[in-house]
Ligand binder design. Sequence first.
Ligand code: HPA
Ligand code: ZN
Length: 323
Amino acid sequence: MTGAVKKAELHCHIEGAASAALVKAQARKYNADVSGFISGDSYIWSDFTEFLAAYDGAASLFRDEKDYALLARSYLEGIAAENAIYAEIFVSPDHAIAGGLSPSAYFDGLAEGIAEAKASTGIECRMIIVGVRHLGAEKVEAAAQLASTRPHPLITGFGMAGEERFGKVADFARAFDIARDAGLGLTIHAGELAGPESVRDALDLVRPARIGHGVRAIEDEALVRRIAADNVVLEVCPGSNLALNLYPDMSRHPFDRLLRAGVKVTLSSDDPPHFGSSIGREYRMAAETWGYTAAQLTSITRTSIEAAFVDEPTRAILLGQLD
Ligand code: HPA
Ligand code: ZN
């Protein structure tokens, strides 16, 4: 039933979308050893710090435009096969630079893969530049500065990923001011590994349209009411939350409680192969846990498209695909 539902995802880190098989092929190409973070066809890590190391290890094997074109195309064609019509990917200039690639070559390579996937499947995609929180405020501001120059037409937003427990939101407020002044859509990771206070700080200091995760807002009733009243959209990634042991199983996940409280919740896969997930699985798990009908699932997709960092003509076309 969920397979035919049109889907969208707003929260996926592109390097985190590389399948273990693809990363192993890249390792053969560059004669590198991935045994520290891949076993068989699976990533191996046991906590968030190890996950970030696996993420960086995989990212280091994408080194030129063609590598990134292949990565974007593989990911997008994969989710198009699950009936995704739209995706936003987090792109990280810091990871490009670490791999020896200029940010502009990185964006061009990704854009090439996006164009190829659009040609083969029709899927639309936009890019959100992220700064990496645990690299510090200076690096995050540099990423915001780069984003503010609008380095590629498919780049429509700015966000911050990385270790939520590093520093304070206030340290990064300037980066978001730079991106806001440039008219970019804003999103920030908060309320996954850090508690509800991180979500409140994000609302106060960053004023984002969307929050990455935000699920731990459920621990504070007044905060849930504020998120609902302010129409802030949550990019909820249940598979990621379960893999990181925030909740023991889906029945305890707050997605449905947030939805019922009037919060605009959406579904995404975050770093799908690391968490054994995909956008299709996220929709399927939600349907199986809370009994959502196809119409209810489609309304979740509608919320995503309404919150997408995309131009209005494209948004109208995408919404039309949901009727
Ligand atoms: N969470 C936070 N930061 C990240 C992630 C994630 O899942 N993936 C890459 N950077
Ligand atoms: Zn994320």
